[in-house]
Design a protein around this ligand. Structure first.
Ligand code: BES
Ligand code: ZN
Ligand code: ZN
Length: 495
């Protein structure tokens, strides 16, 4: 996909810190003493930079996110950036690197010692944050190309660091791809357009590709996807991608909600709630982004992606409240609110996965409920799983990657709220019983379609979209979930 904002090239060198317009160095907190410049500090004297004075002028403490910039005009260096790194953890380094790259955007090149003397996790965190915080998206008639083109990491052993830097750059590309897809306006982004993007991804990333159009969806009985899509002039699709490395034993299926626009359908959303709904395919975008990186990351697990794509619109043929849909595999759903559409398309894909693909584990990602955002806010994804090992593994992968997931319960007692007198299930809770806990009720609805297969559901309605730039997250679509999925798959998809 065209990337008008540009993606800087990343390389590793043994140093010294030089040869770039912006140089970034770590600042270590001093406890009760003053903070001090860490790795690479020897360059400062040569450049005539009085770091102690600059830090004390800014009242810097060495906390992550703080950046003291000192203008320089010597040896091609334009600025020195002194960045707090707190406890030096990957999380702190991500914040530091994100703050650095926002200051370095106005320069052509950046070199940094933020990862010098640290481990692979630190290097990966720094590169990922540099690549993600520098992302931007627009559809301006005269987009300005990104100025920052080259990022150099000063490390101890460039040979070993090179592989880590490449993996990080691959992960960054995957997240940026997911952001691009989710930021694309829905006028452009129909279900068929998304299916075309998936085909391009498959071609570039060495994946097998299959697509169901409306005839095939009808023939195969995908009543949920068809039911959600029928109110739109632009018909639904189901995309399947397959990554099949040689000798793979386990089979993972990833499912991503792909609502290209969610107006609510006949249960129409209020105008303000509709504004963000071009990003209602963020789960699908995260799955496609992750798939794009599997070969480059040399993932050894077989992975199938399913992305059900539909536009939820209130057209003349739209599904009505009270209609009953027949999901893939035969279960019936009484639709009482057409705005609870994500679970209808996911149910078809989950039923297809468990019935046809013999998966060892299924993970779905979806901007499913406003309730998840009410509970956890905008930086944590809600994690539901039918087994503790899978839940723990995903939480750990999320922490390592920077996509924070928080475990939520599948409360047995709430299941009765989904009972329907005329169908196997209703698509929203009954206001008379256990109606609250909307994110849990939605997860319980989905669970009926996975049986006993190890399964996790990530409700990413909150973190899929950001109201502003913060750390490595940028305003608009965030690509949340890509890094968690990749870390989990790189670890062999433990469940
Ligand atoms: N796409 C929305 C969920 C959503 C809301 C995502 C806000 C991101 C931000 C979903 O399809 C939806 O409308 N869910 C309803 C479910 C309700 C009708 C049971 C909701 O959360 O209000
Ligand atoms: Zn909805
Ligand atoms: Zn939705």
């Amino acid at each position: 996909m065209a990337d008008p904002t540009g993606f800087p090239s990343f390389s590793a060198t043994a140093g010294p810190l030089a040869g770039a317009a912006a140089l970034a160095l770590p600042v270590v907190p001093g406890g009760r003493r003053k903070p001090t410049v860490g790795a690479g500090a020897e360059v400062l004297a040569a450049l005539g930079v009085n770091a102690a004075a600059a830090l004390s002028r800014d009242e810097a403490k060495g906390e992550p996110g703080e950046v003291t910039s000192v203008p320089v005009d010597r040896d091609g260096v334009e600025t020195v950036l002194l960045a707090g790194i707190g406890d030096g953890s990957p999380r702190a380094l991500r914040r530091a690197a994100a703050a650095v790259v926002r200051r370095a955007k106005a320069h052509r090149s950046l070199a940094t010692t933020l990862a010098l003397g640290r481990d692979e996790a630190a290097t990966r965190a720094v590169v990922e944050a540099l690549g993600l915080a520098s992302y931007s998206f627009n559809r301006k008639s005269d987009p300005k190309p990104a100025k920052l083109r080259r990022v150099t990491l000063v490390v101890d052993e460039p040979k070993t660091a090179k592989a880590v830097v490449q993996r990080a750059a691959t992960a960054v590309r995957a997240v940026r791809l997911a952001r691009d897809l989710a930021n694309t306006p829905s006028l452009e982004k129909s279900p068929a357009w998304m299916a075309d993007q998936a085909r391009t991804i498959a071609d570039t990333a060495g994946l097998d590709y299959d697509v169901w159009d409306e005839q095939r969806l009808t023939a195969d009985g995908f009543g949920g996807i068809l039911g959600v899509g029928r109110g739109s002039a632009r018909p639904p699709r189901l995309v399947r991608l397959d990554y099949t490395p040689a000798g793979a034993g386990r089979h993972v299926v990833l499912v991503g909600k792909g609502i290209t626009f969610d107006s609510g359908g006949l249960s129409l959303k209020p105008a303000d709630s509709m504004v963000a709904m071009k990003t209602d395919m963020s789960g699908g975008a995260a799955v496609l982004g992750a798939m794009s990186a599997l070969r480059d990351l040399a993932v050894t697990t077989r992975v199938t992606a399913l992305v059900p794509l539909a536009e939820n619109m209130p057209g003349a043929d739209a599904t009505r409240p009270g209609d009953v849909l027949r999901q893939y595999g035969g279960r019936t759903t009484e639709v009482l609110n057409t705005d609870a559409e994500g679970r209808l398309v996911l149910a078809d894909a989950l039923a297809y996965a468990t019935r046809e693909l013999a998966p060892d584990v299924v993970v779905d990602l979806a901007t499913l409920t406003g309730a998840a955002t009410v509970g956890l806010g905008k930086r944590h994804g809600a994690l539901f799983a039918n087994g503790p090992r899978l839940a723990d593994a995903l939480v750990a992968a999320g922490d390592a990657g920077g996509d924070t997931l928080w475990p939520m319960p599948l409360v047995d007692a709430y299941r009765d709220t989904l009972a329907s007198p005329i169908a196997d299930q209703r698509n929203i809770g009954d206001p008379e019983s256990h109606y609250m806990g909307g994110a849990i009720v939605a997860a319980l609805f989905l669970q009926a379609f996975v049986g006993n297969v190890p399964w996790a559901h990530l409700d990413i309605a909150g973190p899929a979209r950001a109201d502003g730039d913060e750390d490595e997250v940028t305003k608009g679509a965030t690509g949340f979930g890509v890094r968690a999925l990749l870390r989990w798959l790189e670890a062999g998809a433990p469940a």
